[in-house]
Design a protein around this ligand. Structure first.
Ligand code: CTP
Length: 405
């Protein structure tokens, strides 16, 4: 069934300097035939005069819920809308939405939009310290759980002049996200599944076998994918770094739990990046309760853990699906990686040295040899993990665009 594209869009602008990008978005949407209504917060109306928007929209802008003696205004607008876009989304407005606070027209109408489950997009815009703040992290996670789609933010120049995450996405990108949601699934963004961190295999109620992976590479990949407007799911074990921000998170502690989560998430995905350090051996049984100290040693019997890449081979073997694996090696980096590339049915592999300063587990930087199944080889020098994540994602996106969805 082909659904008619959603054309009635409710824009809500909250008070940040990124509001200056809204006129460009309005022009693009109008040119494409969208019908628009705009609600501004009072603070937003201090950044740009409503008259500017009314001229562009050829329609009044709504700010005060009581101005028209119409206290049902927020309900009327919500019933009219087929999609809602919070642009820009300040930390304050995001916090209000995460908690269901409706103390002005903008927040009331968006709260109601959540109740009717129309597509909702949030375009965060704030200073990097506010974006990284634990409260904002919690609130963004809540919005994602509540079904909001994220458009940005990206790393770039902020109002304060710093180059950091928190910059609102450009109007062209927001337009693209709106278009894809408006048109339904056929033009949906690429879905990517990224695993991160260390698995933990329980020995008893209090002890486990794990490894030194920090999860930094996987978290950087998830954020780099979000900045490329992909639909990102990050399946993670133990993390020693803050979880990636603005993506869907699924915790999977053990190799078996991670396998199950990967199997279910890749079913409708376009790409998988296996950056997690997954156990190779797991205790054959988990002892009930806590094993008591006996005075003598104890034997632990380990059995092979499921190999997630091997177990998902059939699920991944479909046209256009792209898989990137990692290889952590103490020597003969490229040779072992080449073997894993073939043995694990990968499209590409990122091989990192594990016994070299500035690379591997826990390090802020990484060095890699990048190999593809088509025989390409790139030697990447030591660089921040986020920069390496950008390189990997650019190659995944290129491969996806070449094979088409
Ligand atoms: N991997 C996996 N399932 C496992 C172990 C690893 O899917 N149980 C994935 C990793 O996420 C990585 C790739 O396989 O993308 C290679 O992992 P690595 O630890 O380098 O290799 P192993 O297959 O575990 O082989 P070895 O430890 O012998 O080098």
């Amino acid at each position: 069934m082909v659904l008619a594209p959603l054309k009635r869009i409710l824009l809500v602008g909250s008070g940040g300097i990124a509001l200056v990008k809204l006129p460009a978005l309005i022009r693009m949407l109008r040119r494409q035939g969208y019908e628009l209504r705009l609600v501004l917060t009072e603070n937003a109306a201090r950044f740009i005069t409503p008259l500017t928007f009314e001229t562009l929209l050829d329609h009044p802008v709504y700010i005060d819920p009581f101005a028209r003696r119409d206290n049902l205004l927020h309900i009327g607008l919500r019933k009219w809308a087929e999609m809602a876009v919070l642009v820009p989304g300040t930390a304050n407005m995001i916090a209000k939405l995460a908690h269901g606070i409706a103390d002005d027209l903008a927040s009331a109408v968006l709260l109601g939009a959540g109740g009717t489950a129309i597509p909702r997009i949030v375009c965060p815009a704030m200073n990097d310290a506010m974006w990284e703040a634990p409260a904002t992290r919690r609130n963004i996670e809540q919005l994602i759980r509540d079904g909001w789609r994220m458009a940005g933010p990206v790393t770039g120049e902020l109002a304060c002049g710093d180059d950091a995450p928190g910059r609102m996405a450009e109007p062209e990108e927001i337009f693209r996200v709106i278009e894809s949601l408006s048109a339904g699934d056929k033009r949906a963004p690429y879905k990517i599944v990224i695993t991160a961190g260390a698995t933990e295999e329980d020995i008893d109620a209090v002890r486990c076998i794990t490894n030194h992976s920090s999860g930094r590479m996987g978290a950087a990949l998830a954020e780099a994918a979000r900045e490329r407007f992909m639909d990102v799911v990050c399946i993670h074990g133990a993390l020693r770094v803050p979880p990636p921000q603005g993506v869907r998170l699924i915790e999977a502690r053990s190799a078996r739990a991670m396998l199950q989560a990967v199997q279910s998430e890749i079913a409708d995905a376009n790409a998988l990046v296996m950056a997690a350090a997954v156990a190779d051996f797991v205790p054959d049984v988990k002892a009930a309760g806590k094993i008591k100290k006996s005075g003598s040693g104890m034997d632990l019997h380990l059995v092979p853990a499921p190999d997630i890449l091997l177990e998902t081979r059939a699920l991944r073997a479909r046209a256009g699906f792209h898989t990137t694996g990692f290889a952590l090696e103490s020597d003969a980096l490229a040779e072992y990686a080449q073997e894993k590339l073939a043995a694990k049915y990968l499209d590409a592999i990122v091989a990192n040295p594990c016994s070299e300063p500035g690379a591997g587990f826990g390090s802020e930087t990484n060095r890699a040899v990048y190999l593809t199944k088509d025989g390409a080889r790139e030697d990447w020098p030591t660089m921040p993990k986020r920069e390496m994540a950008d390189r990997i994602l650019d190659r995944v996106l290129l491969a996806l665009s070449e094979t088409k969805k």
